[in-house]
Structure formats: C-alpha cells, structure tokens
Ligand binder design. Structure first.
Ligand SMILES: *Cc1c(COP(=O)(O)O)cnc(C)c1O
Length: 850
C-alpha cells in the first residue's frame, strides 16, 4: 500500500498583549522553584499542562487560542498573573545581603561553576540523578543569595534516557530528541551571529554553539555541537548524557572543560574562582593554563595560579563515578589540542596519572589542578581523603587537604506548595530564615491536626498520581486495569491510611534496593497484617549498561505481582523530578539502605524530611550527620572489613526489627483523632531539625566562606605583579621536588623522658637540607596526650622548631616546649616543605618524620 508523504504543520497561538509576560516567565527557570508561575499555566489549561509534562514553552505553543483569550478576559486570573509577574520582577531586583557582599563582592568577584549535568525541572531533561539535581539546586540557591555566579554545562539533545518497564520487568531505554525551542534556553549571539567556540580534535576542529538558560539572577551557558559546520558524527557528540563509549565521554569532557572556558572568555566573563563539580569538567584546568601561558607565564607558574583559584568537588567513592581513560586514548584525543596549546603531553599526563599506572584519571587531574578540594558529607570527606591519598603520598589521610561540605537541597523546589502555604501563615518570613535553626522551632507550634491534614492531603495526591502512572504503564503493557486496581487498593483507601514507605533513586547496586526483601516471609507478615497494612513504593532508573542494576528492577517487579504481596509493593517507571516531588512529599517513611560508605551524601532523604516524611536509613552520607535519635531511624552499618553477605544480612535484620518494633507500632498508635500523635511529634522533629541544616542556601554559603572567597583571594594574590608569587612558587616547588628525596632529619642529642609540669624540655633536630634553605621547611613537634581507656583523644598540638645554627653540614632546629598535658604524652617530630604562598601547608604531599 502506498502511503502519502506527511507534512507537519504547527499552528501556534498568539499570546494576547496583556499576557505577554508569560513568554518571559516560560524562559526563566525561576518557574522550576516558583509554584506561582507554574500554577498560572496550569490554570489556563490543566489537562494540557499535565500532557506537556509541565513544560511552559511547549504549553505556550500548544495551547488553544480560545483558552488564552479567555484568560486575558478573566479578572481573577489577571489579578493572579499580575501578582506572579510582580513577584518575579521583585525577585530579579532583589539585592544580595551583606553576608554575600562582604564575602564576595559582585564588583570584583565571580564564581564559575562547571558540571556535566544540571537538573532544574522535569521539563529540562539534561540530568540523570543526584549530581545533576544538586548542581541545579546549587545554582538556584546562588540565585536566591544574589551570588556573583555563572554556570557552564552541555546541552544534550536527547538528555538521559526515558525508562519504561515492560510486562516482564525488563527496563527499556528510550531516547527522545528535544528541540531547542521546547527548552527554556536562547541561542547566544554576538553582533547578530550565533556565538561559536571551536576545540581542536584529531584531524579537525569541532565547533560548538552556545545556549543561555536563565536561572533567576544567574546565567547557565550550555554548549552543543549540533551545528551545520560539524560532520554528522561530531554533531552527535552532545546527543546523550552518559551515553556512548569512552571516546564519546572524553570528547564531551573536552567540550565542557576546554570549550566551556572558551565560551566565558569570548563573552569577556572573567571568573575569579572556579568550581569544578566532579571530574567530568576537569579539562578546564588545561585551557586556563593555556591562556595564562599565552600571556607569558611558564607552565609551572600558570598551573600554580590556576590551581590556587580552583575548587574541585568529588561526589562519589564508587569507581563508576570516576572517569579513567587509557593513555593512548588521551594521547589521541588531546594530542592536537596540546600541540596547539604548547602543553607537553608528559606534564599533562602526570597531572592525571594515578599510582603511576597507564591510565588517566579525571579525578586526579581535578585534584592536582586545584588547591581547594572537598567531599560532600563528613563521612565522604574522610573516605575521599583516603581514596585520593596518593595525591599527597607522605601526608597522613586525616591531614590531607580534602575537606567536606555536606550537600543540601533547594527547599523552595522540593517543599510541597501545601506546606509552603501553611508556613506562610504560621511563620511568614520562613523563606529568609532558612538557615536559622532557632526559627524552625515554629514547626512545633503548628497544631497537630493541621499538620497531619496537610500530610494526608499530599499523601492522597501521591496515591492518585501513582494510580495514573500505573494505569498508563499497565495499559501499555497490556496487563490491564484490574492489575492496577489490585496493586493500589491499599494505597487509595483513605479509611485505612496505610503506612507508605518510599524508595526511589538510581538503581545502582551499592544502593541495595532489595535489601528489605532479605527475609521475605518475615517481611510479608509485616506488610500484610490486615489492621496495619504497609505499602512499599519503588522507582528508579538503572544505567542502560548496568545489567545488575536492571536485575534489581526485575526482582522488585516480580515481587510486586506475587499474589500474596500484591497491593503492598508498587514499582513505578521513569523516575524524574516530577515524580520525586510527588513521592517525597507523599510518603510517611523514606528508606535508604546504601552499602556504607558508598553513599557520598544522598539528598532525597533531605527532600523527604522537609516535607515531614521520616527517614529510615543506614548511617551513611548526610544521614550520618542528620540523625538525632528523635528525628528518624538509623541502621548502623557493620564493619566494612566483614563479608558482604554477612553485612547485608545483619543490616537487613536491623531494618526489619526497626519496622516491626518501632516504625509500624508508632504509626498505628492512633487515637480517636485518626492519627498518631507520637508520629506527628517525630515528624515535626525531623522537619525542624533537618530543614535549616540540609538546605542549599546553607551549603552554598559554606562554599562561599570556605572555598569561593579564599580561592578568589588566593588567585588574585598569585597573579598580581605579573604573577610574581605564582612564578616564585612554581620555581620553589621545582627546587623542593628535586631536593626532597635526599633531605633527612635526626633527633640531635637525647630528649628528657620526664620533667615537672612547669618545666620546659629542649628539643633539637639535625636536618640535612640537601641544598634547601632553612626557611624552605617547617620542623614541628606534635604532642598528644596518652590515650586513656576509650576516651576520644584530642588532636595533637604542634610546636614549631626554629633554625639555630649548624653542625656537621646539617642545620639544627630547636625549641623549648612546656608539656601541654599532664602525665604521659607522646612527642613526634616531623618536617615538611613550606612557602608562604602555599594555599594549604601540606599541598606538596611531602613530609618526613624523625
Ligand atoms: C534528589 C534526586 C535524586 C538524588 O537522590 P539520592 O537520594 O541522592 O539518590 C535523584 N533523582 C531525582 C529525580 C531527585 O530528585
């Protein structure tokens, strides 16, 4: 049969003059955290709004003219529209607070933030999971605070995959192209022509266009290679997030790091502090070195300057989260660029090598090319210090320069509007008190019945959402409505108000989604008690190449259909930000059972807590700091040295014990009012303790104080006076590196082994400096009290020794110390290279002990 050619024609509505600002609102990601903007679109045509998956730009193209015309005549609508528009304008006009102005004045500071993914909203699918959402939240909070801040990323035409789960529980990955006019972005032009940057690749230059996404006060620039100047293959370089092979990955990372830096340069944007968020963006270090070298600096000095103004954040201890490229691949891909840049391959390779092997690690490059480094929770900071300890080979892990800032979430994005309305009544200034723990005591003043009614309404909305999604899923799979009905019977019964436990996140194996099923008969008894039913809701994507992760999906799928469990386990497909908001504000308990210490931070539990859900989690990541006994439940991880199967079994038993003896009884301890007062008390404790600590404003201000401001200052200090300090530092380091292997130290004479507490003890050390000057090193004595019993030991105190003459060609360093502690104490003598221009005293990774 012959089919006629189809032509597509899109008939767009005209936006009435009075509603012209809708177009502006649709082009600012402000809508992703401002519920008022989103509800304007929903009010014009709710069904269409849902159908276009909350995408304002698509909505404005598809909406019927008559709906717009009606809205333009509707006085109530217009009043709301004007209120929203003026709130938006007021937001844009708001000035940064003193706290920001004092730390980072916009007149002379600017932070550049590079990341491979950004998750703002479901309508802008250029994220895969936690890292992207965190980057989005970071930008949003930077905008709220009025920080001088610019972000750089890649525009993936297809983004991450869309997940469906078929009738057999198999994950199907589907990709959908998003055309640029469906996204909240505009093409960046200079003088009427599109801005492009070009990056040298093997045998050709690759061109990238640049898009601007507005995020309130700040700009996000996104590069994309889908332009006619490129070959077909190159046009697809930025097609998918985390797609393709390692050649695709390194290409994308060259575009992000090198291309992204070129974009800022072409736009005359000159950051003073640079934040590399995860290894993907670390190639920016090379491009910034190249630029400094083009201005006359030698490589060493260029690197010192670049590193001194750079922060590198590592986000996971899991190997799959670190890009490691074979040497040949790096040589092939970077070769032409390095040649053009005048950079030596050996120098560059040394920055990324790990343990001297033949591969190039982007995390190592990030760490060696920056002088500020952090992990994303207290536990993760310590784990990262160990994992990356080889960068500072002679430094004890606890002292190397990796610090931590615990992740926080953007509250306006993830707090359900129903809670926000309640807060508006109870504590109208809550939005400006996000970091004030005292202020959040107000939660206790909310009447219990009122508190519970908000939660119950949200839970009901979640149940309706789940029914809709399951229906769609089962209809497509041909499994029919009766399955959906049986699966959701417990969930939708308001009389029963079953306890709902949620678990949604990427299906990576270390997250142990199926841990709760370890003792199935016992779990089944707990879930299915007629008077106390429990429902588990699961969702999440597994990376298309992660077969074990996909197997977890299948296990849960199969369990959810078992006749004895049906109605107690629900598995939803295509987890995204819209679903996250629904689940996190609707469940009673949020479950997380990662394998310690692999959950670097985790953030979804924080989103649950601000919405009144209680966390039940392994003490890992943020929960290691957030758990305060009365604000949720904790599973203590077993020793990591133990056999994995044993650990799983033990931790699973703790989990089920908690459910049986604490969680379920507390929830069902309902009095005549129909809810448990004790549950509400715990929920309030969770909301009021977690909201003010684990939010993105607190996080970003921590970054400002601990990293952005010091990096800005250090960068300026190194570059002023024709980069005198950067040059000195580089020369000095070269000298020290050369001399260090033959530097040595010995205790000179003998050290008294007892004295009275008010006497001093003399210490003398003879150092062979191997040509270094006495002021090139620091010699110190660490004094620590003897450890008594199981008391935590306070850290050692350090006393500096001063050079005082020489003996036998060696330099003597001496000091008199008065014992800082009573009784027995240990003294240890050590030495490390020191220069006043160092960012961190131990950054060279060199240290000797006597
Ligand atoms: C918050 C969020 C995540 C990250 O959650 P984790 O607890 O860190 O796993 C992933 N995906 C979406 C859609 C989110 O909103």
């Amino acid at each position: 049969m012959h089919r006629a050619t189809e032509f597509r024609l899109e008939a767009r509505p005209r936006l009435p003059e009075v509603l012209a600002q809708l177009d502006v609102l649709a082009n600012d990601l402000f809508y992703s955290w401002n519920h008022g903007v989103r509800s304007l679109f929903a009010r014009i045509d709710l069904r269409l709004w849902q159908k276009v998956e909350h995408n304002p730009k698509v909505f404005l193209r598809r909406v019927a003219q008559v709906r717009l015309d009606e809205a333009a005549e509707d006085r109530a609508f217009l009043a709301e529209y004007r209120r929203v528009v003026s709130a938006y304008e007021a937001y844009l006009e708001s000035e940064p607070g003193n706290e920001v102005l004092e730390a980072l004045n916009p007149s002379d500071s600017l932070v550049a933030y590079f990341c491979a993914e950004f998750g703002f909203h479901e309508s802008f699918p250029i994220y895969s999971g936690g890292l992207g959402i965190l980057a989005g939240d970071h930008c949003k909070a930077a905008s709220d605070l009025g920080l001088p801040f610019v972000a750089v990323g890649l525009l993936y035409q297809q983004g991450y995959f869309i997940q469906t789960i078929d009738a057999h529980g198999h994950q199907i990955a589907r990709y959908q192209c998003h055309s640029s006019d469906e996204l909240p972005i505009t093409l960046v032009e200079t003088g009427g022509t599109p801005l492009t940057v070009s990056v040298p690749f093997p045998g050709r230059d690759v061109q990238a266009r640049v898009w601007l996404a507005r995020v309130g006060h700040i700009s996000l620039y996104l590069l994309d290679t889908n332009t006619p100047e490129n070959s077909e293959e190159d046009r697809n370089l930025t097609l998918q997030l985390y797609g393709g092979d390692s050649a695709t990955r390194i290409s994308q990372e060259m575009l992000l790091g090198i291309g992204g830096t070129r974009v800022l340069h072409k736009l005359s944007i000159n950051p003073t502090a640079w934040h590399i968020n995860e290894g993907h963006a670390a190639f920016q270090i090379l491009e910034r070195c190249r630029m400094a070298m083009a201005n006359g600096l030698p490589f060493g000095a260029a690197l010192e300057w670049v590193a001194g103004s750079t922060l590198f954040t590592t986000h996971t201890p899991v190997p799959a989260g670190h890009d490691i490229f074979p040497r040949d691949l790096v040589e092939h891909f970077l070769g032409p660029y390095l040649q053009e840049a005048g950079l030596e391959f050996q120098d560059v390779f040394a920055l990324g090598s790990k343990n001297g092997d033949h591969s190039f690690n982007m995390t190592s490059l990030g760490l060696r090319g920056s002088r500020f480094h952090n992990g994303v929770s207290r536990i993760h900071g310590a784990v990262a210090s160990q994992m990356e300890g080889d960068i500072w080979p002679q430094i004890p892990f606890g002292e190397n320069p990796i610090g931590y800032i615990t992740n926080g979430i953007h509250v306006p994005t993830f707090l359900a509007p129903e809670w926000a309305s309640l807060f508006n009544i109870q504590a109208p200034t809550w939005k400006s008190e996000l970091r004030n723990r005292e202020f959040w005591q107000f939660v206790d003043r909310i009447p219990d019945y009122h508190y519970w009614s908000v939660h119950k309404a949200l839970k009901q909305q979640m149940a309706e959402f789940i029914v809709r999604r399951l229906r769609r899923q089962h209809t497509r799979n041909g499994t029919g409505h009766s399955v959906t009905e049986r699966m959701t019977r417990k969930l939708v019964s308001p009389e029963q108000d079953a306890l709902v436990i949620g678990f949604a996140r990427r299906f990576a194996t270390y997250k142990r989604a199926t841990l709760i099923f370890s003792d199935l008969p016992r779990l089944e008894r707990l879930l299915t008690r007629p008077d106390q039913p429990v429902v588990l809701v699961f969702a999440g994507k597994a990376h298309p190449q992660d077969k074990p992760g996909q197997q977890l999906i299948k296990v849960i799928h199969d369990l959810s259909l078992q006749p004895n469990l049906i109605g107690h386990i629900v598995l939803l497909e295509d987890y995204d930000q819209a679903m996250a908001r629904r689940l996190l504000s609707g469940v009673d308990v949020w479950l997380n059972t990662p394998e310690y210490p692999k959950e670097a931070s985790g953030t979804s539990g924080e989103k649950a807590a601000v919405n009144g859900a209680l966390n039940l989690s392994v003490l890992d990541g943020w929960w290691g700091e957030g758990y305060e006994k009365t604000n949720g439940w904790a599973i203590t991880p077993r020793d990591t040295g133990l056999d994995a199967e044993f650990r799983n079994r033990e931790e699973a038993r703790d989990l089920i014990d908690l459910l049986e003896h604490e969680v379920i009884p507390l929830y069902y301890n309902r009095a005549s009012q129909g809810y448990s007062k004790d549950w509400v008390a715990r929920s309030k404790a969770s909301m009021k303790t977690i909201t003010p600590r684990f939010n993105a404003q607190r996080m970003v201000m921590d970054y400002v104080r601990h990293y952005y401001r010091p990096a800005t200052r250090q960068g300026l200090r190194l570059i002023e006076n024709d980069a005198r300090l950067a040059r000195d530092l580089a020369d000095w380091k070269a000298r020290v590196r050369h001399a260090w292997p033959r530097v040595s130290m010995q205790v000179h004479g003998c050290v008294t082994d007892r004295c009275f507490w008010d006497e001093s003890v003399e210490l003398k050390v003879a150092v062979d400096l191997n040509g270094l000057a006495p002021e090139d090193v620091r010699v110190e004595c660490l004094v620590a009290p003897e450890c008594i019993g199981t008391h935590a030991e306070p850290g050692p105190e350090a006393f500096l020794l001063a050079p005082s003459g020489g003996i036998d060609g060696k330099t003597l360093f001496t000091t008199q110390i008065q014992p800082p502690n009573p009784g027995l104490q240990t003294l240890r003598l050590r030495m490390y290279p020191y220069h006043q221009a160092l960012t961190h005293p131990l950054e060279m990774g060199a240290m000797l002990w006597a």
